[in-house]
Design a protein around this ligand. Structure first.
Ligand code: PGA
Length: 256
C-alpha cells in the first residue's frame, strides 16, 4: 500500500446538514471536544458553511477533524453562492462530503459533477467522502447494486488508484436517510463489498454506512468487517447521541 494511504481506521462523520447557527455550532463543538474519544477512531464533523470557521476555532487542539458538506470544483470564478476547495483548506477543512443524495436530488448534482469535485478535492489535499445509494423504488426493484456501481465508477473516473485508496465512500440507501429505517448489517455489508469490488483502490478505502445510524444500531452495523464507520445525520446533532454512535465503534476500533 502507498505510504499516503490511511489504513482502514474506523471513521465516524457527523453531517449537521442545514442545522446549527454559529452559536449553536460552537456549543456542540465544545461538548464534543469534552468527550473522551477512543484514539483509534477518527471523528469528523461537517457543520454548515457559516459555522465552519467558528467550529474550526473550537476544534483546535482536539482530535476531531472538520468537513464541509459540499464544494465547487473550480478554485474561483463567477459561481455565485459557491465555495471552493482552496477556501475550505484555508479554514482548516480536511474532508468534504460529495454527492450526498440531498444535493443530487435538490441541487441537481450529477455523477459528472461529483467526479469533478472528487478530483478537485484530492488536488487540494481534502479527503472526499463520496455518498452513493439507491432510492426506495430502486431498492424494491432489486437495482441497488447496479445503481451504486454506476455512481461509484462515475465518481472515481480518471482518479489514480493510490488517490482512490485515500478517499472515503459512504453507502447511504436513500430510503434509510432520516426515516428510522436502518438497513440490515448483512445487506449494507453486501452492498459495500460490491462497491469495493467495482473500482480498483476501493479495497483499501474506508467505506461507511449512512442512514438512520444511531447508538442502538451502530455496533451491529460496525461489527461487519466491510463497514468502516458511519455518516451520521440526525444522531450527530447532539453530543450524547453522537457519543453513543462513537461508542458503537469501540469494539471495531479495538479489533483493528
Ligand atoms: P440520518 O442521515 O443519519 O439522519 O439518516 C444520514 C445522512 O444523510 O448522511
Amino acid at each position: 500500500m502507498n505510504a499516503g494511504v490511511v489504513a482502514r481506521r474506523p471513521l465516524i462523520a457527523g453531517n449537521w446538514k442545514m442545522h446549527k447557527t454559529i452559536a449553536e455550532a460552537r456549543t456542540l463543538a465544545r461538548e464534543l471536544c469534552a468527550l473522551a474519544l477512543p484514539p483509534q477512531i477518527d471523528v469528523v464533523v461537517a457543520p454548515p458553511f457559516t459555522a465552519l470557521a467558528a467550529v474550526a476555532d473550537e476544534l483546535k487542539g482536539s482530535r476531531i477533524a472538520l468537513a464541509a458538506q459540499t464544494m465547487h470544483d473550480f478554485a474561483h470564478g463567477p459561481y455565485t453562492g459557491e465555495v471552493s476547495a482552496p477556501m475550505l483548506v484555508e479554514i482548516g477543512v480536511r474532508y468534504v462530503i460529495i454527492g450526498h443524495s440531498e444535493r443530487r436530488a435538490f441541487c441537481g448534482e450529477s455523477d459528472d459533477a461529483v467526479n469533478r469535485k472528487v478530483r478537485s478535492a484530492l488536488a487540494n489535499g481534502i479527503v472526499p467522502i463520496v455518498a452513493v445509494g439507491e432510492t426506495a423504488s430502486e431498492h424494491e426493484l432489486g437495482e441497488t447494486h447496479a445503481k451504486v456501481t454506476l455512481q461509484t465508477r462515475a465518481a472515481f473516473a480518471d482518479v489514480a488508484t493510490d488517490d482512490i485508496a485515500r478517499c472515503v465512500v459512504a453507502y447511504e440507501p436513500i430510503w434509510a436517510i432520516g426515516t428510522g429505517l436502518v438497513d440490515s448489517p448483512e445487506n449494507a455489508s453486501a452492498v459495500i463489498a460490491q462497491i469495493r469490488a467495482c473500482v480498483d483502490g476501493l479495497a483499501h478505502a474506508r467505506i461507511l454506512y449512512g442512514g438512520s445510524m444511531k447508538g442502538d444500531n451502530a455496533s451491529a452495523l460496525m461489527a461487519m468487517p466491510q463497514i468502516d464507520g458511519g455518516l451520521i445525520g440526525g444522531a450527530s446533532l447532539t453530543a450524547p447521541a453522537f457519543a453513543a454512535v462513537i461508542d458503537g465503534a469501540r469494539a471495531k476500533a479495538s479489533a483493528t
